[in-house]
Design a protein around this ligand. Structure first.
Ligand SMILES: Nc1nc2c(ncn2[C@@H]2O[C@H](COP(=O)(O)OP(=O)(O)O)[C@@H](O)[C@H]2O)c(=O)[nH]1
Ligand SMILES: [Mg+2]
Length: 368
């Protein structure tokens, strides 16, 4: 019996190995039973029921389903995949939006304001994050729910903090699968927040339809600490804080970016990446921002780019997972570990060509 590493031990998942799912029609799977806290009593929930709960939009079931896909326990992998296989036909329905920008740019404030605007229009909104700092520290940028007070209390909004622990690849898998669960639960818009200072924005770009870069007014993106190349990933650049004393500066920055964006390769074919100014604090410019998202969706859907991008994302995600696992198996193989130090030394010392060393390692791995 294994237990999920979750905050609340009463919500932990338990797996009973060797018990076949009776009515699921999927062969060879373990049966997952999820204890649900009910007036201090817990009820076991089979994975089929978990899937039904997610599809019915049950928030408790959705939270448990996400906990299952976030589990690092090998025993949970098959259960999570069975769950995802069941809900997959009902996924894909949301607009997936990535939001990046350095800390302090106003991403969380923007998500609160834009999110409230959308739920008041009757939309169901889900929010999560890919947080490179939580990978290192176990912390979370969405721990700051103080900036999303109204949104997190709204019945049409569901906020899930960034999965923590493990490498970026693992966090990316969990986030992608969480997006699928959001969609199966009927959320129309999914926002994925990340920090624009490293590799995580490339990761988030690869799982969303539309990618927004949020900047503070004034300093250019590189002075703000935005990594080179991140502007090129964006489908829209938003200069935030266009209010009060910084309003004019924001409008000037917007103009500067609009001109600069003419000279870079657009992130999406045929889409001239625009620069907008807005205020997450006052809400000014947010209807225009959302109108831009709609315009982008019309552009990409009418040209088949929307579906194409999603298919490409799925394919490259599959390949990336294979590559990651092959690499892991290769370098943890005892034959490789035995050979590697001496070959590395020979290569570094200029005694052996790198390609020859690589060929010897691969031969050893193949058992030749
Ligand atoms: N004046 C003004 N301040 C803002 C705006 N948006 C965010 N802020 C402030 O900027 C700081 C950082 O905001 P936050 O949303 O936490 O940024 P994040 O780190 O990108 O998520 C906070 O003090 C916010 O109150 C805005 O539109 N106008
Ligand atoms: Mg934030």
């Amino acid at each position: 019996m294994s237990t999920l590493p979750v905050e609340d031990p009463h919500h932990a998942l338990h797996v009973m190995p060797g018990v076949k799912g009776g009515h699921d029609g999927l062969p060879g799977h373990l049966r997952v039973v999820v204890p649900v806290a009910h007036h201090h009593r817990r009820r076991a929930v089979p994975v089929a029921e978990l899937a039904e709960g997610v599809l019915a939009g049950d928030r408790v079931m959705l939270a448990r389903a996400i906990t299952l896909v976030e589990s690092n326990a090998p025993a949970h992998f098959e259960q999570a995949q069975e769950l995802l296989t069941r809900i997959l036909p009902r996924t894909g329905g949301a607009v997936r939006v990535g939001i990046t920008g350095v800390p302090g740019a106003g991403k969380s404030t923007l998500i609160e304001a834009l999110g409230m605007m959308l739920v008041e229009q009757g939309k169901k909104l889900a929010v999560t994050a890919v947080d490179p700092s939580s990978i290192l520290t176990g912390g979370s940028i969405l721990g700051d729910k103080t900036r999303m007070e109204r949104l997190s209390a709204h019945p049409s909004a569901f906020i899930r903090p960034s999965p923590s622990g493990g490498a970026l690849g693992g966090v990316a898998r969990k986030t992608r699968e969480t997006i699928l669960l959001f969609e199966a639960a009927g959320y129309d818009v999914v926002l994925v927040e990340t920090v624009g200072v490293g590799q995580s924005e490339v990761t988030v770009r690869s799982m969303v339809d539309f990618f927004l870069l949020v900047l503070a007014p004034g300093a250019g993106d590189e002075l703000q600490g935005i990594k080179k190349g991140v502007v090129e990933l964006a489908d829209t650049v938003l200069i935030n804080k266009a209010d009060g004393a910084s309003r004019n500066l924001a409008l000037m920055s917007r103009g500067d970016y609009e001109r600069a964006l003419h000279y870079i390769q657009p992130s999406t074919e045929g889409w001239m990446t625009p620069a907008l100014a807005a205020s997450a604090a006052t809400g000014e410019g947010l209807p225009e921002l959302w109108a831009k998202v709609q315009e982008f969706l019309d552009h990409t859907r009418s040209r088949g780019l929307f579906a194409q991008r999603r298919q490409d994302q799925e394919r490259s995600w599959m390949r990336a997972m294979v590559e990651e696992q092959l690499r892991e198996r290769f370098f943890s193989d005892p034959r490789i570990q035995a050979l590697l130090p001496e070959l590395e030394q020979a290569v570094a010392g200029g005694i052996l060509p790198a390609a020859s060393a690589a060929a010897r390692l691969l031969k050893a791995y193949d058992g030749e």
